[in-house]
Design a binder for this molecule. Structure first.
Ligand SMILES: [Zn+2]
Ligand SMILES: [Zn+2]
Length: 361
């Protein structure tokens, strides 16, 4: 029997499921509908997929970070000092702001981050809808931490704290939080970030602290008089997590092929998503309203819904087993597991999409 290592994520996954269940229960008793089965399962499967891929992909970040830190690290930091942790978390969050902002304002990076925004619901499960493809570029933004000599283990822990802090802000059940909003990212602050109303686009990029948005002019306050429409201007229209991760890359490739000049081709890759070229989605459409907005919905038979739900629970169990034992596996076997995971969530998504494997239209 292979030895099992309890990693932070092994503990976090059941907690996330418990939080989703709790939010579902509270919203049910409050009479507010914030969950839809297919959306939730798609969000969770997207999160499981990203954990499978990133647990292997993170090797790149760890390798690059420690190589740069060892070669160029300028200062000595004591891991025992609270100052090291406080400074690192603050600086990490500042750099996260720029990672996140770039993820929204440059097409090729938006192709990765759009996955997180593709849900038309907003709840704790949305927090799990994380991209599988961002790992290849994100580490570059954190090079300043390595150059300052912040130890690798501090970088990993503050990164995890920053990520986990963001789970609770994905909820509609917590209202405005007064003075806290001046410093911290709160549910209200993050609801705006997930909105596709005009006033929400490219706002509130903060991870833990909302001060960066206030400093750099991207701060917006939730408007009570204008209910938020969640999601993206060109809807994903799919329950398939694999397609959810790839659809915008597909659009970029199509866009590049169809532009008539080299500069326009470059804009498809490095321009803003708001830039409109041939075959690139229009983000300049009118601001949607809750009354008229039609969310993506399909109505598969009950057995399909049930099998989707079971696949998710099975995938989560397999992921916990994988994370706990991957230390004993060769990279080849790990890659094989990742391939199986991709196949599993892919099949669940394909099952729900009635006529085409990746999207149901
Ligand atoms: Zn975002
Ligand atoms: Zn979010």
């Amino acid at each position: 029997m292979p030895s099992f290592t309890i990693t932070p994520m092994v503990l976090v996954i059941p907690v996330l499921f418990a939080m989703i269940f709790l939010e579902l229960l509270i919203s049910y008793f409050k009479g507010i509908k914030v969950y839809r089965l297919q959306d939730t399962v798609t969000s969770i499967n997207t999160g499981l997929l990203s954990q499978f891929v990133n647990s292997t992909g993170a090797i790149i970040s760890v390798f690059m970070y420690s190589a740069i830190e060892q070669r160029f690290g300028t200062f000595e930091w004591s891991v025992e000092s609270p100052f090291t942790w406080a400074f690192s978390l603050l600086f990490y969050d500042f750099l996260y702001y720029w990672v996140h902002r770039t993820g929204h304002e440059v097409n090729i990076f938006w192709a990765a981050h759009i996955t997180h925004h593709s849900s038309e619901e907003f709840n704790i499960s949305t927090a799990m809808r994380q991209a599988s493809t961002g790992f290849y570029f994100k580490w570059v933004f954190y090079i300043p931490l390595a150059v300052l000599g912040i130890p690798l283990q501090v970088f990993i822990v503050v990164g995890l704290v920053d990520l986990l802090y963001q789970v609770w802000v994905h909820t509609q059940l917590v209202g405005r939080l007064g003075w806290l909003e001046k410093f911290l990212v709160t549910p209200s602050n993050h609801r705006v970030h997930h909105g596709q109303n005009d006033y929400c686009i490219d706002k509130n990029y903060g991870g833990i602290f909302s001060v960066w948005d206030q400093l750099f002019g991207t701060f917006a306050i939730e408007r009570e008089e204008e209910p938020i429409v969640y999601g993206i201007r060109k809807p994903l229209n799919s329950w398939n997590p694999v397609w959810g991760n790839l659809h915008y890359y597909h659009l970029i490739v199509k866009g590049v092929k169809n532009q008539d000049s080299f500069s326009k081709k470059l804009m498809c890759i490095f321009g803003e998503p708001a830039w409109q070229g041939e075959d690139m989605p229009s983000y300049k459409s009118e601001s949607p309203s809750v009354e008229s907005y039609k969310k993506f919905a399909t109505s598969p038979p009950r057995w399909v819904n049930l099998s989707g739900l079971l696949t998710t629970l099975l995938s989560a169990t397999v992921l916990i087993f994988f994370l706990g034992t991957k230390g004993n596996m060769s990279v080849f076997i790990q890659t094989l597991w990742v391939a199986i995971a991709i196949l599993m969530v892919f099949s669940a998504g394909a099952l729900w999409s009635s006529s085409r494997w990746y999207r149901a239209e």
